[in-house]
Design a protein around this ligand. Structure first.
Ligand code: ATP
Length: 462
């Protein structure tokens, strides 16, 4: 079975996971809407993260901050000064590229080892490298580029009625800064002592030059970020701790080890303020791609905010009688990327005898958009089956389907990843039992309707 993006995108569209944005108007490039199943999968991913990073964690708490922030925030964070990509156009075919990406792809293809990461190069260095190596345009193959110019990735808009510079505000390009500016508020109200973490899930916006690969790189996306504040010199230990925690979380939700790899940044690649950074990567049908960035950001962010805001952001350790700016460990992951990774990981086409093939999504039950399909064998049995549906849908997202033959209905549920189907048949009327059918093994089991609550109680945990 070949797992291709074409097949996965087609299934996502036909079953209501993801639709092109503004479709009836011809769309808006690289925007996507999440449909009837997409919204469930997305919510389940966010809930699973919140469950492990906030609810079950003795050290962590959560916040939900505004998307629009005082522009001084972006001065302090460095986004106004340097959150930009080096942009370049091909003069022949007029395609637009990121100069750093063209170089990275070129050296990877040729097996060239660079002395320092392209990320840290000046525009001049990039331009010279492209010239010296006569790197061709990835689109038309010619070598005729414009100069490189910096392009800031933040979306700009105006707050209030006048569209002038002093009313300019930005859509946040990451959720992290809302956490930093609330560090003191959270510490005071939670009465947390260091070490502790603050978590947030929310929308971020980046005017990406080269979005693409379906929902892998988009301009509007959701992030799940944690800033974990710790004592200086304990940071590397906490970095290792959270790195493992993130990987364990992915595995506990069914991500396979052979589809994951951990890439530690070497010294040249690290940001100047970071002591350690790791990317957890996933093997998408189009190749390895960054899923989760985990970084030891030292005391950089709080120091910057202290300097720019003039507020004291130090922490007083009353045990040690010491004042310091905490160090920060930041795991940052995109919901859409995780969505795509779980969808690709779950996709399968299985031979089930006599040349018959079924498409199935092997989602972990905690992530499955529909948990239980309730299927009366005949429409004559709808009344009894509806009672089962009403009982279970108070707890789980269930789907009632009484149309078509039972085999086709099972296939439909397999294709959307429903882990359990309940068939209500003629015997159910007299013996008070139903048949539970498992998506993965396709085996069946007879269970009393009165026992269903207890039966499903531990089926969706992770
Ligand atoms: P990339 O190198 O892919 O542009 P990045 O290193 O800029 O990513 P971070 O700033 O570390 O990404 O963002 C943290 C996480 O947020 C990423 O690992 C990814 O999961 C998600 N993310 C970032 N940019 C996008 C985007 N444009 N679309 C979807 N998810 C994104």
């Amino acid at each position: 079975m070949e797992k291709t993006m074409d097949k996965i995108v087609a299934l996502a569209k036909s079953r209501g996971f993801v639709h092109p944005g503004s479709e009836i108007y011809g769309g808006l490039a690289n925007t996507w809407d999440f449909g009837i199943l997409g919204v469930e999968l997305k919510n389940n991913i966010k809930q699973a993260w919140w469950q492990k990073f906030v609810k079950e964690s003795p050290t962590n708490v959560g916040v939900d901050c505004a998307i629009l922030m005082n522009p001084q925030t972006w001065v302090a964070s460095g986004h106004l000064g340097s959150f930009s990509d080096p942009l370049m156009d091909c003069k022949e075919c007029h395609e637009r590229f990121r100069a750093d990406k063209i170089i990275e792809d070129y050296v990877q293809e040729k097996g060239i080892r660079l002395e320092s990461a392209v990320d840290g190069w000046t525009q001049e260095q990039m331009k010279n490298f492209i010239e010296e190596n006569q790197i061709p345009c990835p689109s038309c193959g010619k070598h005729n580029f414009t100069d490189i110019r910096q392009f800031n990735l933040m979306f700009k808009t105006f707050q209030g009625v006048t569209e002038d510079a002093k009313n300019t505000v930005y859509l946040r390009p990451e959720t992290a800064q809302g956490i930093f500016v609330n560090f003191k508020n959270v510490q005071r109200t939670s009465r947390k002592k260091i070490p502790f973490g603050i978590c947030q899930v929310g929308k971020s916006f980046r005017n990406e030059i080269t979005p693409g690969n379906f929902i892998f790189r988009v301009r509007e996306f959701e992030q799940m970020e944690m800033e974990f504040f710790c004592e200086p010199d304990t940071d590397l230990e906490w970095f290792a701790y959270w790195k493992k925690y993130c990987i364990d979380w992915l595995k506990s939700l069914g991500m396979k080890e052979e589809e994951m790899r951990v890439r530690d940044h070497d010294k040249e690649e690290l940001s100047f303020y970071s002591k350690a950074t790791t990317d957890v990567e996933f093997l998408f049908p189009f190749g390895w791609g960054e899923l989760w960035g985990i970084a030891d950001r030292t005391d950089y962010d709080l120091t910057q905010h202290q300097n720019v805001s003039g507020q004291d952001l130090t922490y007083f350790d009353d045990q040690k009688n010491q004042k310091y700016i905490p160090y920060v460990i930041e795991p940052s992951v995109g919901v859409e990327r995780l969505f795509l990774a779980f969808l690709c990981g779950a996709y399968d086409e299985e031979e089930i005898g006599e040349g018959d093939v079924r498409t199935v999504l092997h989602f972990h039950p905690a992530l499955a958009p529909v948990k239980i399909g309730v299927l009366p064998l005949s429409k004559k049995l709808n009344e009894g089956a509806e009672k089962v549906f009403n009982q279970l849908s108070r707890k789980y997202n269930c789907e009632f389907d009484d149309r078509g033959n039972i085999g086709k209905r099972y296939r439909r549920q397999d294709e959307i990843g429903t882990p359990f189907c309940i068939t209500y048949d003629f015997d159910s009327e007299t013996d008070g039992c139903v048949t539970v059918r498992f998506r993965d093994s396709m085996e069946q089991e007879r269970v009393a309707i009165a026992d269903l609550d207890a039966y499903f109680a531990d089926k969706f945990t992770f």
